[in-house]
Design a protein around this ligand. Structure first.
Ligand code: GLV
Ligand code: MN
Ligand code: MN
Length: 412
């Protein structure tokens, strides 16, 4: 089998997909179920169909593009990732796994490979938590990790529910039917940029991901008392933002003092009400994101934050409400996929490193129902979730080639 990746076409497609954006280039913003996301989805479906794949969408908009295998009833070999992008993101996060996955399939078709198992590209809905507050919405539903009843009620910042929004954009099926039947997958493999700098630092072209760290997220609301910024004296204040500041610093301290470099915590959103220069903040909403490769250490940070919430509420006479949005277990890769990936690297004499993903991915949830592994390629300076995210065409093509070899092994 003489596999060849069409690097020029793959690169062209990555640039073309980046043009579907609500931010000016080079930034990409593509939030799930916005008109821009819908146009990008339509463009992707056309790319899949013109590549000879059979496309279907489920009720939450997960898109499956299948190359039917010789044994059409055998469990499927899956690959894919996401095309939604957080505000002010770059063009490679998720996209490399989707367009790289498509090119890997096309490369296999070009050299007349005949898969025994169907090979299916999957474009997951809303890997990013931007709109509905929870990441991996599509893969949580596919794997049965999130109940459809809870998913239905998740709301965006304008109060529109998943149920309303998906219906409005034409995904009208029943969410109860999204969960995949047992035994659907033989294996799943996701190609992705590293979103860290280990590969670049060690001058390695590939990473074989054996473990995905455990993410948790919370929404914290602090209710204090508003008032005139000149009139209300300092001893009389119950400033919600000052209380929130204590929580943010306590969270940072808890993560830094966990004893492990793998513990990370972020407050990425801080909404202040009423947000006026001369008005004391009456209410603040914070988003909290905590991750660790070790579940008990991650939960220790959540516990420390909870203790600070109680102490701060009492000390500052504010009400603090904390809502846990998700607290997921880590994922371990499946031996069959790791072996297929490492054999593919070795066949081409590509150097690689076995590694952990500190970012989460849809593979975290697919790992609950199938043997999964991921393949990382370097990204410049480890930058991701920012407009200057960059992966070189050579690295992307190498990733797609190893992915194609891996899919061939798994689908034989
Ligand atoms: C996924 O985008 C993550 O935040 O890890
Ligand atoms: Mn991302
Ligand atoms: Mn991603």
């Amino acid at each position: 089998m003489n596999l060849e990746i069409d690097q020029r076409r793959l690169n062209f497609e990555i640039e073309a997909l980046a043009a579907f954006s609500d931010a000016g280039a080079p930034a990409v913003t593509r939030i799930v179920f916005t008109p821009t996301d819908l146009k990008a989805r339509a463009w992707m479906k056309t790319r899949c169909e013109e590549s000879g794949l059979v496309v279907r969408e489920d009720a939450v908009g997960n898109t499956f593009a299948r190359w039917i295998g010789v044994d059409k009833d055998a469990p499927v070999v899956g690959t894919g990732s996401h095309i939604d992008a957080i505000p002010n993101a770059g063009k490679y996060d998720g996209v490399v796994g989707v367009l790289g996955g498509l090119e890997a399939i096309r490369a296999l078709r070009r050299c007349n490979f005949r898969p025994k198992h169907s090979i299916e590209l999957l474009i997951f809905t809303s890997e990013e938590p931007t709109r509905f507050g929870i990441g991996c919405l599509g893969s949580r539903l596919l794997s049965g990790t999130l109940s459809p009843d809870i998913a239905r009620t998740l709301k965006d910042k304008d109060g529109a529910s998943v149920e309303d929004v998906r219906n409005a954009v034409g995904f009208k099926g029943n969410l109860d039917e999204v969960k995949l039947p047992a035994g659907y997958y033989k294996a799943f493999v996701e190609l992705h940029i590293e979103q860290g700098s280990l590969l670049e630092r060690e001058a390695l072209p590939l990473g074989v991901v054996e473990r995905i760290a455990a993410p948790a997220s919370l929404r914290i609301t602090v209710e204090g008392a508003g008032g005139h910024a000149g009139g209300v004296l300092m001893p009389d204040r119950r400033d919600a933002l000052c209380a929130a500041a204590e929580l943010i610093l306590a969270l940072e301290h808890a993560a830094k003092s966990s004893g492990a470099i793998d513990t990370v915590a972020t407050v990425g959103m801080c909404d202040v009400f009423p947000s006026a220069v001369n008005s004391i903040p009456a209410r603040v909403q914070l988003s909290v994101d905590v991750r660790d490769t070790d579940l008990s250490r991650r939960d220790g940070v959540l516990q420390a934050l909870d203790t600070t919430c109680r102490a701060t509420a009492a000390k500052r006479q504010v009400a603090i409400h904390s809502q846990l949005l998700n607290a997921d277990a880590p994922a371990e890769a499946g031996a069959v996929v790791i072996s297929a990936l490492t054999s593919a690297c070795e066949k081409h004499a590509f150097r690689y490193k076995r590694m952990t993903s500190r970012a989460y991915h849809d593979s975290l949830f697919i790992s609950r129902i199938a043997p999964v592994a991921m393949l990382f390629i370097p990204c410049r300076n480890g930058y991701s979730h920012r407009p200057d995210e960059f992966a070189s065409p050579d690295d992307i093509a190498r990733g797609a080639l190893v992915l194609a070899e891996t899919l061939a092994t798994l689908a034989t």
